[in-house]
Design a protein around this ligand. Structure first.
Ligand code: T4K
Length: 402
């Protein structure tokens, strides 16, 4: 309870959490089952290179999503890189700046040029009207990002790609176990890419996968992820090492068995946050479409500084002092990070919705490491902060923001 101003940790009070609450605390499933799988791996002495657990994981992911092909990789980023290489693109790829910088890095790393596009303030995903303006002779593809696991404007982007004869891919790093129009995300565009990083709804420690119905593309991706080897001593293409290993697949399979529990925990947290923060002026919980399957994996607030009385950054500092390590994803936007900032310092002028959004968004802790008592405490502190916003703001120390 923050009964007086002096109780706030940022003003010298005791922090609410001595063990910090992280955004991205991994979901952990049945650790006994994981140990068994890892023991089996050790007994077989087959640790990586397309082993039986990786193959099983690929089959299970493809079945879960409803696609024919799954190519597991060492991370979401490497899956994107392998995909872009396998698609044999040249030129520009239209991508939102409001995304994890890895989406843009994968494009540039692959010898392509990211063309940053503004987002729709409602969906936080690519604004199709802005995409249309950017399509030109250099455009090779659109890479939409299903930010927070909520779908892009898929139909509009599909139409734009078809009309202009360019590829459409989706970065579905956030979107495993989410759907659109009754179809799982992962089934749209020419291919989609998941991340199974530790912080994601489904974790394989590190990991990712490309999913597609394009068998030829998948085959080229399989070659690209393993140095271009078709067989022992037989390299037929340029490649890299983007392989998922057996321990990662063991974790992925174990997590998959608990996926429903993870989504249920996320949903319980999301609903409780929604209930407790409802009606709080200047604070809006980003909601999913209740008619669709959604993984509820990111609890995202938009803070309107004028109405709330505190800016997103002020609230962020207050929460961090309490041990609530809320995150400002994707501040300051990929376009404002290197090497993009130096390459195109004017980009921000073309991205007004992104520039506004990166100042408003705050992600709160969730996942199966967080229970309702933690959610209650976090919401209590947000309420207390906004209730005392003017006095708190006057007394906030002039330190560098967290
Ligand atoms: N596209 C999009 C749209 C993405 O969001 C991402 C990744 C990618 C592509 C690329 O996929 P990967 O190549 O990563 O598979 C995190 C994740 O590292 C990153 O995977 C994710 N997006 C991004 C949104 O969030 P950071 O910079 O926030 O920090 P990180 O990984 O240190 O984790 C955040 C917090 O989680 C930490 O403060 C502590 C906690 N944590 C983390 C780990 C790894 C734990 O408690 N235990 C752990 O084991 O990027």
């Amino acid at each position: 309870m923050k009964a007086t101003l002096d109780d706030f940790a940022i003003l010298g009070g005791a922090p609410a959490f001595t063990q910090p609450l992280h955004v991205g605390r991994p979901n952990i499933g049945d650790s006994g089952a994981l140990h068994e799988r890892i023991q089996g791996m050790l007994d077989r002495r087959w640790l990586t290179n397309d082993g039986p657990l990786v193959r099983e994981f690929e089959v299970r992911i493809a079945q879960n999503v409803g696609v024919e092909q799954c190519v597991a990789a060492s991370s979401g980023t490497s899956a994107l890189e392998v995909l872009l290489r396998a698609a044999r693109l040249e030129g520009e790829v239209i991508v939102p700046s409001f995304t994890f910088v890895g989406s843009a890095h994968a494009i540039l790393w692959s010898g392509l040029t990211p063309r940053f596009c503004d987002v729709d303030p409602e969906t936080h995903t690519l604004d199709p009207a802005r995409v249309q303006e950017l399509i030109g002779p250099e455009t090779a593809a659109i890479l939409g990002v299903h930010v927070w696991g909520r779908p892009c404007r898929i139909e509009a982007l599909t139409e734009l790609a078809a009309d202009n004869g360019i590829d459409l891919f989706f970065d579905a790093a956030h979107a495993f176990a989410s759907a659109h129009a009754g179809r799982m995300l992962g089934t749209f565009g020419r291919a989609e890419v998941f991340s199974f990083h530790a912080t994601k709804v489904l974790s394989s420690f590190e990991g990712g996968a490309l999913v597609t119905n394009d068998a030829e593309l998948a085959e080229r991706a399989r070659l690209a992820r393993n140095h271009g080897f078709r067989d022992y001593d037989d390299v037929i293409a340029l490649g890299t090492n983007a392989k998922m290993n057996e321990a990662e697949a063991a974790m992925g399979l174990t997590s998959l068995a608990s996926l429903d529990h993870f989504v249920a925990a996320n949903r319980r947290n999301y609903e409780r946050y929604g209930e407790l923060l409802a009606g709080l002026p200047g604070v809006t919980l980003v909601r999913g479409d209740e008619r669709e399957r959604w993984n509820y994996h990111y609890v995202v607030l938009e803070i309107d500084a004028e109405t709330a009385g505190l800016s997103r950054d002020e609230l962020h500092r207050i929460l961090w002092a309490e041990g609530i390590l809320a995150r400002r994803y994707f501040y300051p936007g990929a376009h404002a990070m290197e090497p993009y900032r130096t390459r195109d310092p004017e980009a921000r002028l073309r991205l007004p919705a992104t520039e506004a959004l990166v100042e408003r968004v705050l992600c709160l802790p969730t996942g199966n490491a967080i229970g309702s008592s933690e959610v209650d405490e976090v919401c209590g502190i947000i309420h207390a902060s906004l209730d005392r916003a003017p006095e708190l703001r006057r007394r906030l120390p002039d330190t560098v923001p967290a």
